[in-house]
Design a protein around this ligand. Structure first.
Ligand code: PEP
Ligand code: MN
Length: 340
């Protein structure tokens, strides 16, 4: 349930409600709106508990959250969530581009790709150090060495960094180097991993599993939020369908659908969806036109030599051209490209 406080209520009243929620054996979560505070009480609301909370001073009304996800829902948090990452404001009216190689292969290639995407206007640098590969014999990343290179590149280029963590035991290690922890599509329902990143004090970039519904994606986000980490970004990256000409089918309907039901920023990754570099720019433009908070694009200076996902890597020159068009779309729909 949520306890909706009266506009500009007394902080002491708010504290009493939080204390009473705890006494009732529920967990309080605060959502501070511009005009009023909503306090989520998670853990099974009884009609008696709702009645009691309703009578406390400062309380406007108490209501059940109808969705199965609670903290991820718009009912709990009406306004768009805006997440601060190294001074970048992500979500709301802002649009960001995350770009970089699929995998960190070497210092030189990471810096080359990083410089190119930075120059074209990307604000966040991606690069995998722990790679989920379909084959156990494929290159699976440089591990900690890759994380060090990513941090160095991010610091030098003034970009925030995003990288995947696959194992709950690696969360502290990855959190030490990266600004944003990515949960890959294959781990969207790895609940122990979700709980672990929920306990980390780092923003999380949660990708939709390729056989997961939007509701399941939001339930996975709920796992992270339930641990007190409210800095969650979602990412549509394509789902399995009968269509075999593309790697996955990009489900752009998920963008407005998520925005209707959740306050969390939603990104789109057209690279893993398309699997072919020529399709990526058009899908990126469509994603932003559909209202995405940003896109994640794989870029490589020499895709023919890439150790992973070469066919979908966009060349730096094409990426820069795409960014020009992307800005026009952002402007046309009344949003702002970061930096403005
Ligand atoms: C990635 O972004 O590096 C990745 C592996 O993507 P996904 O988990 O969406 O397949
Ligand atoms: Mn990839």
């Amino acid at each position: 349930m949520i306890v909706v406080m009266k506009p500009n209520c007394d902080p002491a009243d708010q504290a009493s409600v939080v204390a009473r929620i705890r006494e009732l054996g529920l967990t309080p979560h605060l959502s501070q709106g511009e005009y009023r505070t909503i306090i989520g009480a998670i853990g099974g609301a009884t009609p008696e508990a709702m009645d009691q909370l309703d009578q406390l001073p400062g309380v406007d009304h108490v209501q059940r959250i109808t969705a199965a996800y609670k903290l991820a829902s718009r009912e709990f948090h009406e306004a768009d969530t805006v997440i601060d990452v190294r001074g970048l404001r992500i979500g709301g009216p802002h649009v960001h581009v995350i770009a970089g190689p699929c995998t960190i292969e070497s210092r030189a290639m990471l810096f080359d790709a990083g410089r190119a995407v930075r120059e074209a206007g990307a604000t966040l640098l991606r690069g995998g150090a722990f790679k989920p590969r379909t084959s156990p014999y494929a290159f699976s990343g440089l591990g900690e060495e890759g994380l060090k290179l990513l941090k160095e590149a991010g610091d030098e280029l003034g970009m925030a960094t995003v990288t995947e963590v696959m194992d709950p035991r690696d969360v502290p290690l990855v959190a030490r180097y990266a600004d944003i922890l990515q949960i890959g599509a294959r781990n969207m329902q790895n609940y122990n991993l979700l709980l672990e990143v929920g306990r980390a004090n780092k923003p999380v970039f949660l990708k939709r599993g390729f056989s997961a519904t939007v509701s399941e994606l939001l339930m996975s986000a709920e796992y992270i939020l339930s641990q007190g980490n409210h800095k969650v970004m979602l990412c549509e990256r394509g789902i399995r369908s009968f269509a075999e000409e593309v790697r996955f089918t990009l489900d752009l309907s998920s963008v407005p659908l998520i925005q209707e039901h959740s306050h969390l920023p939603v990104f789109v990754d057209p690279s893993h969806a398309a699997g072919k570099r020529d399709l990526v720019p058009a899908l990126a433009l469509a994603a932003v036109a559909a209202g995405a908070s940003g896109v994640m694009i794989e870029v490589h200076g020499h895709p023919e030599r890439a150790l992973c996902d070469g066919p979908q890597a966009v060349l730096p020159k094409r990426f820069a051209e795409m960014m020009v068009q992307l800005r026009q779309i952002v402007h046309a729909i009344g949003k702002q490209m970061w930096p403005a």
